[in-house]
Design a protein around this ligand. Structure first.
Ligand SMILES: *[C@@H]1O[C@H](CO)[C@@H](O)[C@H](O)[C@H]1NC(C)=O
Ligand SMILES: *[C@@H]1O[C@H](CO)[C@@H](O)[C@H](O)[C@H]1NC(C)=O
Ligand SMILES: *[C@@H]1O[C@H](CO)[C@@H](O)[C@H](O)[C@H]1NC(C)=O
Ligand SMILES: *[C@@H]1O[C@H](CO)[C@@H](O)[C@H](O)[C@H]1NC(C)=O
Ligand SMILES: [Zn+2]
Length: 546
């Protein structure tokens, strides 16, 4: 996954002192939250003669085997990069090793399933069910990992897959070879017990998620849509989300049910050069700097937490189930229709990372210009990255940029071409504004009303059942609630396949650390709990019909 959503459960005393206009509203009725956070009934696994999912967390031989499986997968340096996109390039050779490792670790799955390679390195495993009338499950992860900066910064070499008895260390241990190995392990275990699927299960593993995903999941999606059609899967479970977070006696399970959109804007300025001893008041670098100055200060993006935002549901649940652990004003703030005020107050209380689940972000990440200290720069460019909040669209970001840049262009008498319209005739004293990548709209929101969506209710019920029974969370109540992600996963290619897209690594907070940085690692017991979830999810959907 490219970015984890923010941890959204902290309460701070400082929240009490911020200005909260909605506090003047009518106070909440007693029981006012009676129906605000209905819990899905627990779904206990069917009587199918298979062993309990608790075996994964209780059997020491499984624990040792999983450490070994995950270690072997981590030892393969299957990195991806934007710089190489041809899957036949030598750069991708480690993926062939990874395929061999998977084949040796999961012989039953390879024998039972139809195994397809898409675009050479993408993997689809199809376990045909006997009942065509029920929609297949789609379970996904990615095979690639982000490259290493400096291996000597690591406590253990990043591709050694070192296991210290608790933590499995290495690049990909938590993003997301744990999901890749976890899904295959659950299926292998089912097959070993003689299970034959009633509902078809499809496992799909892309190979360039960390580099946009076009060649892996992008191609897999086409194969699946052609084969099964639109809206053809019961649900899709991918990596992502905010795991399981404990607040007092309550554990919040937080699958991502939406994703922000994204757009990059590229500014390219061409301007007359000359000797730097006789400069204009503003060089090309000065003009680009002025544009950036205004992009960062004018007409700023506003956070908003309206009725359509899934995080409201999580907050309702917190106000209802954990009133002593959240901001004292939260319950009444949720009664107000001051959506901006609520979002601002939460951002102030819970931090900037939370802000960006409600607000479009803007980051100027690249700038280039100038070749020599005595020559005026002639070609200057900059690229700005935006992650688009649910209440906005990439087109809004484009319109805002044009509005801010237009007066600066006029001030310097530049010709201006914005997104293909305007003046493109002149090659000097010209500003070009373009989108170097195809913009991504915010993802459709998966339905999360347990009273209306039977698939979500069942998924939530399985999650409750598994995590209320694992020893590490004994005695807690599990509340399953959707949230959104600030980054994007491979699911961006799968929107057409199902409305029920859940981005969720089923693991406790703190059990999977340092994603994308040094000393990435996963707690093996957290990994085992995740397998228990995958296992019971497949069983619980196997014979069920919606
Ligand atoms: C799975 O089922 C489909 C259609 O029912 C069929 O086309 C396909 O060949 C089957 N695959 C396997 C491996 O049995
Ligand atoms: C950006 O500017 C640099 C330096 O002038 C130039 O080499 C590069 O090609 C430009 N890149 C783009 C994408 O415009
Ligand atoms: C602005 O640029 C145009 C075309 O490059 C030129 O004809 C015009 O004289 C310029 N105007 C000013 C005020 O510099
Ligand atoms: C979904 O289907 C539409 C219409 O057929 C198509 O244009 C679009 O590319 C598909 N989306 C994805 C992410 O594949
Ligand atoms: Zn990932």
């Amino acid at each position: 996954m490219r970015l984890l959503s923010a941890l959204a459960l902290l309460s701070t005393a400082s929240a009490r002192s911020i200005h909260l206009p909605f506090l003047q509203q009518t106070p909440l009725e007693p029981n006012g939250f009676k129906d605000a956070c209905p819990l899905a009934p627990k779904v206990t696994p069917p009587v199918d003669g298979l062993h309990s999912s608790l075996k994964f967390v209780e059997d020491p031989s499984i624990r040792a085997k999983q450490a070994e499986r995950l270690s072997k997968a981590v030892q393969v340096p299957s990195t991806s990069t934007e710089a190489v996109t041809d899957p036949y390039d030598d750069y991708f050779a480690p993926f062939l090793d990874l395929h061999r490792v998977l084949e040796s670790l999961f012989p039953l799955t390879h024998a039972y399933a139809r195994v397809e390679k898409v675009n050479r390195l993408g993997l689809i495993f199809t376990l045909n069910g006997t009942n065509d009338a029920v929609k297949p499950l789609l379970l996904t992860a990615h095979q690639d990992v982000v490259p290493i900066d400096d291996p000597s910064d690591w406590t253990y070499p990043p591709f050694s897959g070192y296991f210290d008895g608790q933590w499995l260390w290495g690049r990909g241990a938590s993003d997301c070879k744990n999901a890749l190995i976890g899904l295959l392990s659950a299926v292998e275990d089912l097959l070993q017990q003689g299970w034959e699927p009633t509902r078809t299960v499809v496992l799909a593993f892309g190979f360039d998620e960390e580099s946009h995903g076009w060649n892996g999941a992008g191609e897999i999606a086409k194969v699946l849509e052609k084969r099964y059609g639109r809206d053809s899967f019961e649900l899709l479970l991918d990596e992502g989300g905010m795991g399981l977070q404990t607040l007092g006696d309550v554990v919040y399970a937080l699958p991502g049910v939406g994703e922000k959109g994204s757009i990059d804007l590229h500014l390219a300025l061409s301007i007359d050069g000359g000797h730097s001893s006789v400069p204009p008041p503003h060089t090309g670098i000065g003009i680009i700097a002025e544009i950036i100055y205004h992009l960062e200060r004018d007409d700023l993006f506003v956070p908003r937490l309206d009725e359509k935002h899934p995080a409201r549901q999580t907050l309702q649940c917190q106000a209802q189930h954990s009133p002593d652990d959240v901001e004292p004003w939260l319950a009444s703030a949720l009664e107000s229709d001051d959506y901006v005020g609520l979002a601002e107050a939460l951002a102030a209380s819970r931090g900037e990372t939370v802000r960006f689940t409600y607000q479009t972000s803007q980051a100027v990440d690249l700038i280039r210009g100038g070749v020599k200290i005595n020559a005026l720069p002639e070609k200057i460019n900059a690229t700005v990255n935006y992650r688009v909040a649910l209440h906005e669209r990439p087109d809004d970001v484009k319109a805002r940029a044009v509005k801010i840049i237009q007066p600066i262009v006029e001030k310097y008498n530049l010709s201006f071409n914005a997104f293909g319209s305007g003046d493109s005739s002149s090659s000097s004293n010209h500003l070009d504004l373009t989108t170097p990548n195809i913009p991504l709209e915010p993802a459709p929101i998966s339905p999360t009303d347990v009273r209306k969506d039977a698939v979500w209710a069942r998924f939530s019920g399985v999650a409750r059942s598994v995590f209320e029974s694992v020893p590490s969370l004994a005695g807690k109540t599990v509340v399953v609630s959707g949230d959104i992600m600030t980054g994007n996963t491979d699911t961006r290619f799968y929107w057409n396949l199902t409305r029920n897209i859940y981005r969720w690594n089923p693991q406790r907070a703190g059990g999977s650390v340092n994603i994308h940085t040094v000393d990435e690692r996963v707690d093996i017991d957290v990994h085992l709990e995740g397998i228990a979830l995958y296992y019971d999810l497949i069983r619980s959907f196997d014979k069920w019909s919606n």
